[in-house]
Design a protein around this ligand. Structure first.
Ligand code: FAD
Length: 440
């Protein structure tokens, strides 16, 4: 028998339930990726990373005697066409939660039924499948993190899927060309693929012990940086969680649970990127094109905010603490709509995805289910606490390189002649009324 495995964002051979089951059940397997022109608008950074992942996946499959078959067009049409050409009976796919993925999945289900093909959906995008844990008092999903974390921690996780030793293609399948890897937009972006993801994971597990104490140290850069690899499925979230558990790195396991948490929310609220989770909690956001532009360009005049925004452009990634500070600054201080932030982050982040990006923005903006929707972050206090020597700021804001120590966080306090010599803006006009909070 022959099976097709439609890869989407599970770009790995290790612990990939869809691939493992196809290889166990069928004699011949067609691992397929369909380049969808509808996703051609994918940001430069994510597009580059995706193509690196595909090249690596092809290598991995070739090492096992198979190949990655690549087609361009509508994923549903191309999958059905290939299945029929090669007389396949089953199509395997990892279940996913975004609106785009769910539409693709239901169209594929319809077409499979029409052509008498079997569609099998598999877990693997999260540690625990979205929708499987339900709150005690009823409801479709957990809306608050802590009870979810408790249940999630006690749940029985699925068994990891074995890595297929061989992948046997049917005769006569043409593999198809992989387009050249496009150039991304960020000069210092991480490179994609399972090989690099595995390497980073192995290195990370050696230092994971320090995570609980060091993850907020912006200059130390001591988080795993695994998010792009998790986003594209180069590494299995379950494998990462189990390895972290084995190292007793509870603080890190908890972060992985946040990822799962937002996936189960997104499954129930597909409009997470555009509509407030709690309608009553949206605000009358200001409209200020100029302030938005300054924020995007990293020229607000608040160094820690500008450092974060510039890291985003330089690396297609930003430290979590900086994401919190810059997001709070946009929504709570500039009073601008969180959706503008969602869009800008999505434009640059390699790890950008709807559940985590929009879920976190809503948490910061206070439009979700958080118990403290009016929480404010004083950027200066945050900077002095999490970048006490100003090393993070000087790394990303070269105009301030000459200012030693924590003074770099408040250039407006420097003596006038020094300040005048800096090629760096004063705080934005729209923040001046808030001069009070600029003083910690
Ligand atoms: P680590 O600290 O090493 O954490 C390990 C993993 O846990 C991460 O890779 C990630 O998968 C998960 N994780 C950690 N923190 C969170 C969190 N708050 N929410 C959900 N999962 C988490 N993360 C994304 O993956 N994609 C996004 O689009 C995204 N957008 C964000 C937007 C805002 C405004 C904020 C405040 C946070 C956002 N995050 C997003 C969450 C978090 O900032 C990143 O996951 C983290 O910085 C990635 O770096 P790391 O892999 O080194 O994290």
């Amino acid at each position: 028998s022959t099976a097709v495995v439609l890869f989407t964002r599970d770009l790995r051979v290790r612990d990939n339930p869809a691939l493992a089951e196809a290889c166990a059940d069928a004699d011949r397997v067609i691992p397929l990726y369909v380049l969808d022109p509808k996703l051609a608008g994918l940001s430069g950074n994510r597009s580059r990373f995706l193509h690196q992942c595909l090249a690596d996946l092809r290598e991995q499959l070739r090492e096992r005697g198979g190949d990655l078959v690549v087609r361009t067009g509508d994923p549903v049409t191309e999958t059905i066409r290939l299945a029929r050409e090669h007389d396949a009976g089953t199509i395997h796919l990892a279940a996913d939660v975004s609106g785009y993925a769910r539409r693709r999945e239901s169209r594929l289900a319809e077409e499979c039924e029409r052509h008498r093909l079997e569609l099998r959906l598999h877990p693997g995008v999260t540690v625990v499948e979205p929708g499987t844990l339900r709150p005690g008092g009823g409801g479709d999903c957990y809306k608050v993190f802590t009870p979810y974390f408790r249940t999630w921690s006690q749940a029985t996780w699925r068994q990891q899927a074995g890595t297929p030793r061989t992948v046997t293609l049917p005769d006569g399948v043409t593999a198809g060309r992989l387009p050249a890897i496009p150039s991304g937009d960020s000069p210092h972006a991480a490179e994609g693929g399972e090989t690099l993801g595995q390497r980073r994971l192995t290195a990370w597990l050696r230092t994971i012990d320090g995570y609980a104490d060091a993850h907020d140290d912006m200059a130390g850069d001591k988080t795993s940086r695994l998010s792009p690899y998790l986003r594209w499925g180069c590494i299995s979230p379950l494998a990462v969680a189990e390895a972290a558990r084995a190292s007793q790195a509870e603080a890190f396991v908890r972060q992985l649970c946040w990822r799962d948490f937002y996936y189960q929310v997104a499954k129930v609220f597909p409009k997470l990127s555009t509509e407030p989770l709690r309608p009553g909690n949206d605000k009358n956001w200001r409209y200020d094109k100029d302030a938005l532009q300054h924020w995007q360009d990293g020229l607000t005049g608040v160094p820690v905010v500008d450092a974060g925004m510039r890291q985003l452009r330089a690396e297609g990634w930003m430290h979590n603490r900086a994401r919190l500070i810059t997001a709070a600054f946009l929504t709570k201080h500039l009073g601008l709509d969180w959706r503008l932030g969602v869009d800008w982050f999505f434009r640059w982040l390699i790890d950008g995805d709807v559940p985590n990006n929009a879920g976190n923005w809503q948490w910061v903006a206070g439009t979700g289910n958080d118990s403290r929707p009016h929480r404010r972050f004083n950027p200066i206090r945050q900077a002095l606490r999490f970048d006490p020597e100003g090393v993070y700021v000087r790394r990303y804001v070269p105009e301030l390189k000459g200012i030693d120590g924590p003074a770099v966080h408040q250039p407006w306090r420097l003596p006038e002649p020094v300040r005048r010599g800096l090629d760096y803006p004063g705080p934005l006009e729209s923040q001046r009324d808030e001069a009070v909070w600029l003083r910690p």
